[in-house]
Ligand binder design. Sequence first.
Ligand code: GAL
Length: 327
Amino acid sequence: MKIENGSYEGAKTIALTNKSGMTLTLCALGAGIMSIKVPDRDGISREVTRLADSGYAKEYHGLTIGRTSGRIENATFEIDGKIAKLEKNNHGVDNLHGGKDGFHGKVFSVAVNAAADCTDVVFGYDSPDGEGGYFGNVKLAVTYRVYENENKITMSFDATPDCKTLLNLTNHVYWNMSGDLREPVTDQTVYINASRVGRLNERLIVVDIDPVTPQFDFRKPRKMGEYITDESVQRHTHGYDHPFFLDGRGLDKTACSLYSQTSGIKLEVKTTYPCVVVFGDNFTGYKSTCFECQYHPDGIHQCPDDCGVCTPEKPYAETTEYVFTVK
Ligand code: GAL
């Protein structure tokens, strides 16, 4: 593995290039992904993520999101009599992505562990009790593992709280498989292993879970844009911005995939999480898409038995994997 150290606005960056021609560039600010380059079918190295136009860490692009991802209705929740009062940064009512004090803006510690067949970059952060309005001290590690002989990245979230609390951690990377943003993501082929999708209200709070209609059914791979102008896809969101509830979880199956005929590059996403929020970059003409693997965004209110609540005895441990191949 070739490892190059650098810095961005005072935070460490690390670029890892494997023997298969993939380069992953990470940054300690937001424990995030700045860039992923993979070879296309002609062997030309292509950027497959989209950074915010204003630059890294200016928006959520590529960053670790927490303590919670997505929208929590009324920006509050209770566990065992303890009440969290979160920032109301969604229409002045709900919480989105943990608020402005979220993990996306924190500078993490960095450790690199190299082995023969893979290299780990471990980002660490100790979140104090009360940060962002959440309770409990939380020791967090976000680990990226880059493999030497295949274009595979494993991203693990491990966190230990000192009391029972809620976490729902994801990465907010924006994908476009054409490479270097040569076509909108609506021209690319999507697969999602989900027969159920969240129903959203006008503030994009998940109010119920419905079986997928054809507009939301990606169980047979198809163009992301096929139904993009449909009223049911446009309503409240202007495109896809919905949690898809996976029909199976685990690193042995594909949760979702994205393929571009233009480059031949295919991304497969595997995850231990039950849900993937698909956000189709709806205000840029669908330049890219996010696949935010996570728990139900408002699970603490709607499915508290499977929402990311963790304890000192049962720490948080979830993994998402990105695999790139060419066809
Ligand atoms: C997504 C969210 C979108 C939008 C985006 C950030 O996770 O579902 O509604 O807020 O983040 O621009």
